[in-house]
Design a protein. Structure first.
Length: 501
C-alpha cells in the first residue's frame, strides 16, 4: 500500500507551494542562507536600522525639539532686566536744603555716596550737616574700580561750594578688613584694601580715615594682634602722605579689639608717626563696653579715663549713637538719639563740652531711607541742646534741662519716617548673617558690623582669656514687649550699603 501511495505522489520539487498555508499575508521567514543570497538593493529596502542608528536619529530629533522649545520660551518669556540703583539727581536745588547752624560742634551723619562720591557732599548739605562721613569705596567688597578724575574734581568742587573742609569729613573703612589677623596672607589682603582706601582719601583731599581695629583669630593673643595692627599702620603711613588713621573704639563683643581704651592706647604706643593716628569715640560702643556716659559726672569720669589711658589729643572724631542695649552688655545696637538707654541728656553733656569742639561728630542711627526727615531732625535737636540756656531758653534744674519735649520731636520724626518707608523699627540689616561656609563644616558667624570676613574672630573668648567686664551695679534688664524684641544679630547700618561708592 505504501508503494502504491508513493507511486501516485508527485515529486517534492514539482510542488509550487509545498506549504499551502503560507501566503502573501503570512510570508515565510527568510533563512540565513536566503538572506545572504538576496540582492543588496533588497537588503537596503527591508533591513531594520541598528540600535546605534536609532539612537542617533532620536538624539537629533530631541535636540531639534529642545532648540525649538528654547526659541519659543525666549520669545514668550523675556528675562527681567536687572535694575540698577538709581543715581542721585543732578538737579540740585539748594533752597530745599535744611538750615546749617554755625556751631563749634560739627554734627553730621554718614550719608550715601551712591552714584559718585560727590553726591555725599550734596546729601550732607541737604540735611543741614556741619560734618559728614561716607564710604570711599564699597564697604563689603575687597576690590573696587579706581576713582574717576571727573568724580574727584566734582567732589572737591562741591566741598568748596557748600563750605566743607577736609578735616570735618570722617570716611569709614571697609568692614572686611582685619589688620589683626595672624594669617599673613589674609592680613595682606586686608592691608591692600586698607591702603587703597587711604589713598582714595588723599585723592579727595580728606585728612581723616576711620576704621575698625580688627579682632583676634584662632589661638593668637590680643597683644599679638595689637602689634600686627600697629605694623600695618606704620607701613601704610610710609606709603601715603598726610591722611590720619583714626581707630574706632568698639563694643567689645567676642574677640573684637577696641572694647577697652587700653587696646587703642597699646596700638598708638607702637605707631611711629604719632601725628597721623587718632581715635574715634562711638557713644553706643563706649556705653555697651561698660563706660557710663549718661550723666555729667559719669561723662567727665569716662573722659578722664580716656585722657589718662589714651590722651585727649588723640580724640579726632565721634559717632553719636544712642544704644538699644544696656550698659556693659557688649552689644552694638544703635538707636536714634534720645530714644535708647543713653537718653538725650547724655548728648547734652557731650555737646556742651569744649573738649568735643571742632571734630566731626557723625550720626550712625537708623534713618529709614529718609535722611532729611530723621537725620535732619536729629542734627537740629543736637545743635539746639548745645548751649541749652542760650538756644532753648529752658529752665535748667540741677544742670540738666527738661528735654522730654525735645525727645518727642525725635520720636515723632522717626515714627513718620518709619511709616512712610513701610519698615519696622528694628533699624537695619542683620548684624550677623549665619551661613554655611562648606558642606559638612561648622556654621560660621559672619558679622557685617565689626568685620564680616570668615576670619573675623567673632567667637567667644577662650577659657583662658581674662577680659575686664564693666557692668552697672544693678544689672537688671529692662522689660521688653515681645513684639518689639530685637534680634541678637541686628545691626544699625542700613544706610551705608553703597555698592556704587
Amino acid at each position: 500500500m505504501l508503494a502504491c501511495l508513493r507511486a501516485h505522489r508527485p515529486p517534492f520539487r514539482a510542488l509550487q507551494n509545498p506549504f499551502p498555508f503560507q501566503s502573501a499575508r503570512y510570508p515565510m521567514v527568510k533563512t540565513r542562507r536566503a538572506s545572504a543570497l538576496a540582492s543588496s538593493t533588497e537588503d537596503e529596502q527591508f533591513e531594520r536600522p541598528t540600535k546605534k542608528v536609532k539612537l542617533e536619529k532620536t538624539a537629533v530629533v530631541e535636540a531639534a525639539i529642545v532648540e525649538i522649545g528654547v526659541v519659543e520660551e525666549k520669545e514668550t518669556k523675556k528675562a527681567p532686566k536687572r535694575l540698577r540703583k538709581p543715581k542721585a539727581t543732578t538737579n540740585i536745588d539748594p533752597s530745599t536744603f535744611l538750615e546749617r547752624i554755625a556751631s563749634p560742634w560739627k554734627v553730621g551723619a554718614h550719608v550715601s555716596a551712591a552714584g559718585g562720591v560727590e553726591n555725599a557732599v550734596t546729601n550732607a548739605a541737604a540735611i543741614g550737616a556741619n560734618a559728614f562721613a561716607l564710604f570711599v569705596k564699597s564697604q563689603r567688597k575687597w576690590n573696587a574700580p579706581p576713582l574717576k578724575q571727573e568724580n574727584i574734581d566734582a567732589f572737591k568742587a562741591r566741598m568748596k561750594e557748600y563750605g566743607y573742609t577736609g578735616d570735618v569729613v570722617l570716611p569709614h573703612g571697609n568692614y572686611l578688613v582685619n589688620l589683626g589677623n595672624p594669617d599673613a596672607e589674609k592680613r595682606e589682603k586686608s592691608y591692600d584694601c586698607f591702603l587703597d582706601e587711604l589713598k582714595r582719601c588723599e585723592q579727595l583731599g580728606l585728612k581723616l580715615f576711620n576704621f575698625h581695629p580688627g579682632s583676634t583669630v584662632g589661638g593668637t593673643t590680643t597683644a599679638h594682634s595689637l602689634s600686627l595692627i600697629a605694623d600695618c599702620i606704620n607701613r601704610a603711613h610710609k606709603e601715603t602722605h598726610f591722611v590720619i588713621t583714626v581707630l574706632e573704639n568698639m563694643a567689645g563683643a567676642g574677640n573684637v579689639i577696641g572694647g577697652e581704651f587700653s587696646h587703642l592706647a597699646d596700638i598708638i604706643a607702637q605707631v611711629e608717626d604719632k601725628s597721623r593716628v587718632g581715635v574715634c569715640m562711638d557713644t553706643c560702643h563706649t556705653f555697651a563696653a561698660g563706660y557710663d556716659i549718661r550723666t555729667k559726672e559719669t561723662w567727665d569720669g569716662t573722659m578722664s579715663e580716656f585722657d589718662s589711658i589714651i590722651g585727649l589729643k588723640y580724640l579726632r572724631g565721634m559717632h553719636l549713637n544712642d544704644s538699644k542695649a544696656e550698659l556693659g552688655t557688649r552689644k552694638d545696637r544703635h538707636e536714634n538719639v534720645g530714644l535708647g538707654c543713653l537718653g538725650l541728656s547724655a548728648f547734652q553733656h557731650i555737646l556742651n563740652d569744649e573738649r568735643t569742639q571742632g571734630i566731626p561728630m557723625i550720626l550712625e542711627t537708623p534713618s529709614f531711607e529718609r535722611p532729611v526727615d530723621v537725620w535732619g531732625k536729629e542734627i537740629e535737636i543736637l545743635q539746639r541742646i548745645s548751649r541749652t540756656q542760650e538756644r532753648l531758653k529752658l529752665q535748667v534744674k540741677d544742670g540738666v534741662a527738661p528735654l522730654v519735649e525735645v525727645v518727642q520731636e525725635v520720636r515723632a520724626a522717626v515714627k513718620a519716617a518709619e511709616a512712610a518707608s513701610g519698615k519696622e523699627k528694628k533699624g537695619t540689616k542683620p548684624k550677623a548673617a549665619i551661613k554655611k561656609v562648606q558642606k559638612g563644616k561648622e556654621r560660621v558667624m559672619v558679622n557685617e558690623d565689626e568685620n564680616i570676613d570668615e576670619d573675623n574672630g567673632m567667637s567667644a573668648p577662650s577659657a583662658g582669656t581674662s577680659k575686664k567686664t564693666r557692668k552697672p551695679p544693678t544689672a537688671k534688664k529692662a522689660p521688653v514687649k515681645k513684639k518689639k524684641m530685637e534680634s541678637e544679630d541686628e545691626s544699625d547700618l542700613t544706610e551705608y550699603d553703597e555698592e556704587d561708592a
